[in-house]
Design a protein around this ligand. Structure first.
Ligand SMILES: *Cc1c(COP(=O)(O)O)cnc(C)c1O
Length: 378
C-alpha cells in the first residue's frame, strides 16, 4: 500500500455491531478479566483505539511497532528514561525543540546521566560520542532555522558502534521523511502538530522495532502519559487526511519561499527546498518533500512585530502544523528564554519570523504577506 492509501485504510477497527466503516470508540477503563489473558487499560498502552493509531503511523513510518502518548514530551521523556540510566552519556544536537533541551538540562543532572549538546554536523556529533554514550538524539529539519541533519550518515556511524539513534520527525512528517528507512532506531513525533493537524489535540508517538518499542512501552506503563480513546479517535480521523494536508502544505511552502526570496523587504529565507539553501543537497537526498515550515529575516529597518500585526489572514500564533497558516517570532516564543548572546550564536535574530504554512490557496497567503511587507521601505 502506498502512503496515501495507508493514511486512509491502515489500522481501522472493525465494527461488527453496526457495520459502520469507522473504528468504534472504546472508552472503558474497567473490563472483565475472567477468561481473558489481556485486559485493555489505557495506561497499559494496549487499548484497541491506541492500537488503531499505532498501526497507521507505524505503517507510514515503516516501523514495526509504536507507543502512543498524551503529548510529544511524554513520548520524548519516556524514550530517554527507557534507554538511559545513571552513568550513561547521551548526545543531543544543540538546535533542538526547546522542551527537549529543558528536560535534559533539568532532569539529567538529578539522575546522574551525562549529556553533550553539539552542532548539527556529523563530525561534531561523532566527536562527542564516548564509550559511555548510549543515545544520539537528532531532529531534522530544525526549529526555527530549518537546518538539515544528515540522518543516514549519523545513523550508520552510530549503528556500527551500538549507539541508539532517536530522531524527532515532527517537522518533516512521515509524508516527507521516514528516518527508519535511513537507519534511525527510534522515531518520535509531537502528534500535536501535523499528525493532529487541526491545532486542537495534544498527543505524541514513538516508533521503533518490536524490541525497542517493548522497552519504551514497559517504561511508559510506569510513567503514565497514555492517550484516551476520544483523542485517539480524533487523531485517527486526522491521520486519514495527513497525506493530502501535508502535500498541499509543502507545495504552498515552496511557493511562499520563492515569493519571499525575491522580496525587497526580506533579507534571507530559510527553507531547505530553495536550491540556494545550505541544507538543500542533504534534504533532497533524504526527504521526499521539503516540508511546510519556513523562516525568514525581514530587513533590519522593518520590525518583525509590525509585520505580524499587519497580517490579516495569517495568524500570529505559537505551535505549528495546523491547516491554517500561522506565524511567530522565535525571540518572542520558542527562544524567548535564551540570552541574546546564545540567540546570536544560533543565528536567531530579532527580525526572524517562522511560518507554519497551511492548506489555504497560496495566492491568498502571498497577497497577505505582500501587503504586510509593503514595498520594503519602513
Ligand atoms: C511541539 C514539539 C514537541 C513537543 O510536543 P508536545 O506535544 O507539545 O509535548 C517536540 N518536538 C518538536 C519538534 C515539536 O515541535
Amino acid at each position: 500500500m502506498r502512503r496515501e492509501t495507508q493514511c486512509v485504510h491502515r489500522g481501522g477497527l472493525p465494527d461488527p455491531m453496526t457495520g459502520g466503516i469507522n473504528s468504534p470508540i472504546y472508552p472503558s477503563t474497567a473490563a472483565g478479566y475472567l477468561d481473558r489473558d489481556r485486559v485493555p487499560y489505557q495506561r497499559y498502552f494496549n487499548t484497541p483505539n491506541q492500537a488503531a493509531v499505532v498501526a497507521k503511523v507505524a505503517a507510514l513510518e515503516g516501523a514495526e511497532d509504536g507507543v502512543l502518548f498524551s503529548s510529544g514530551m511524554a513520548a520524548i521523556s519516556t524514550i530517554l528514561l527507557a534507554l538511559l540510566r545513571s552513568g550513561d552519556h547521551a548526545v543531543f544536537q544543540e538546535e533542538l525543540y526547546g522542551g527537549t533541551c529543558a528536560l535534559v538540562t533539568d532532569l539529567f543532572p538529578r539522575l546522574g546521566i551525562d549529556y553533550s549538546f553539539v552542532p548539527i554536523t556529523p563530525e561534531a556529533i561523532q566527536q562527542a560520542v564516548t564509550d559511555r554514550t548510549k543515545v544520539i538524539f537528532l531532529e531534522s529539519p530544525t526549529n526555527p532555522l530549518l537546518r538539515v541533519v544528515d540522518l543516514r550518515r549519523v545513523a550508520e556511524w552510530a549503528r556500527a558502534r551500538g549507539v541508539i539513534t532517536v530522531a524527532d520527525n515532527t517537522f518533516a512528517t512521515p509524508i516527507n521523511q521516514t528516518p527508519a528507512a535511513l537507519g534511525i532506531d527510534v522515531v518520535v513525533h509531537s502528534g500535536t502538530k501535523y499528525l493532529g493537524g487541526h491545532s486542537d489535540i495534544q498527543c505524541g508517538i514513538a516508533l521503533a522495532d518490536a524490541e525497542l518499542a517493548g522497552r519504551i512501552r514497559h517504561q511508559a506503563c510506569h510513567l503514565g502519559g497514555s492517550l484516551n480513546a476520544a483523542t485517539c479517535h480524533l487523531l485517527e480521523r486526522s491521520l486519514k487526511t495527513l497525506h493530502v494536508r501535508v502535500e498541499r502544505q509543502t507545495e504552498n511552502a515552496g511557493r511562499l519561499a520563492g515569493f519571499l526570496a525575491q522580496h525587497p523587504a526580506v533579507a534571507q529565507v530559510y527553507y531547505p527546498g530553495l536550491p540556494t539553501d545550505p541544507g538543500h543537497p542533504i534534504a533532497a537526498a533524504q526527504m521526499r518533500g521539503f516540508g511546510a515550515m519556513l523562516a525568514f529575516d525581514v530587513r533590519r529597518e522593518l520590525s518583525a512585530d509590525a509585520v505580524q500585526r499587519r497580517l490579516k489572514l495569517i495568524c500570529p500564533a505559537v505551535s505549528l502544523g495546523g491547516v491554517e497558516t500561522t506565524i511567530c517570532a522565535p525571540v518572542q516564543t520558542s527562544h524567548a528564554k535564551l540570552s541574546p548572546a546564545e540567540r546570536q550564536r544560533l543565528g536567531i535574530t530579532e527580525s526572524l519570523l517562522r511560518v507554519s504554512v497551511g492548506i489555504e490557496h497560496h495566492d491568498d497567503l502571498i497577497d497577505d504577506l505582500a501587503q504586510a511587507l509593503g514595498d520594503g521601505t519602513p
